[in-house]
Design a protein around this ligand. Sequence first.
Ligand code: PMP
Length: 442
Amino acid sequence: RNSFRSLIVGVDAKVPLDNGTYTTGINFDNAATTPSFTTVEKEIHDFLPWYSSIHRGKGYKSVISTDTYEAARDVVSRHVGAGPSDVIIHTKNTTEAINILACTMSQKKDGKDIVISTWMEHAANDLPWRDGFKVEYVEIDQFGRLDLDDYEAKLKKHQGKIRLVTVTGAANVTGYLNDTGTLAALAHKYGTLIHVDGAQLVPHVPVDMRPEDSVEHIDFLSFSAHKFYAPFGSGVLIGPKTEFETGVPFCKGGSAIQLVTHDRIWWEEPPVKCEAGTPNLIGIVAMTAALKTLNRIGMQNAFQHEKKLLDYAYGKMCNIPDIHLYSHPDKQQSIGVIPFTVEGVHHSLVSAILAHEAGIAVRNGFFCAHPYCERLLGYSAAQIEEIAENKKPFPGLVRASFGIYNTFPEIDKFINFMHIVVNNKKYFNNKYSSSRSLYNIK
Ligand code: PMP
């Protein structure tokens, strides 16, 4: 039995099946959101009587709340090796963090209007950059891996005009880990900064933003706590304080201000300048508790366990006929994510069948990384337009993604059930034919 399992809330919860019985649910949708650690549940419970206004009140509970809010920055900072000149900005998630960064960067007036991004980004690390910048997307190879030659060529071509490089640490569709050290060293060689979208990185591998005296340092990092065993509503953006000192903040309102007249606003110093409005302190308590537990487990141990699950599952998936895998067979540099399709069964139906017949949760679709999935599936621009106009069914992949609490027997159950699906395609397609619209299958 996996010893990490006892650390998770509701890990053995029973879920209903189509045949009227119940089974212990299997969650292979950890790339979307993870369940909570029991330590997180306890910390939230213990803190609930104590929350009060932050940064303002002098009451006992207010002081405790302010201290807790500020202390969380140190826990985050230590977990990812941020430096003394970095600020830890509390956000609600990665999406908000990247919007804050893009808004900040777009106000710098030095003519650097190019952002280097990649084909493998989540919408959160793509769309915010489209406002105010010309985005150059680094190519990927046929397996969806980043093309380092194209990356350097783009850095060289646009040298002096690049505002920043923004790249995911790990791809949410394929699980590939990008070599952030090499990407950072190259960005710095060509005189620009690098932001790493850590939404899929920080939950699974050790991260050190500022290894001593290294050109491989990460300038900006963003991530969300709900992907590492805390519930929704908290995340961070980390980066040099000086970068946030100029310009107006993305979100404007109380807390972010020193003084206001009808004509003028004197903003607070970063990070507070970037944290307008009453913050989600309970979410921050949860994030802090989750990080402390991950530290006790050790990120290397977490990564090794997930890697073993990945190798085991991937090896077995390769042997199932009619399953197409959408990543390189050499999964050395990957978190525990497997994207696949089943020949002759719609991706939405595969997900529904897994849930209804076996109690296994996976996700399907384009995972908010549309250009990446369009490329992986080989769709042309004209075909995508037809899909957008509802002339064709929405394409997609199925994604199984693992967390530290998943086990080899769970993978065996999943693999056995996938054999049942591919051997009974006609049966399942018929059984679910009347509920196709329910699963958005046109
Ligand atoms: N980037 C990546 C790589 C992700 O996987 C996700 C979440 N799917 C995000 C950004 C956005 O995270 P959030 O929804 O928590 O803002």
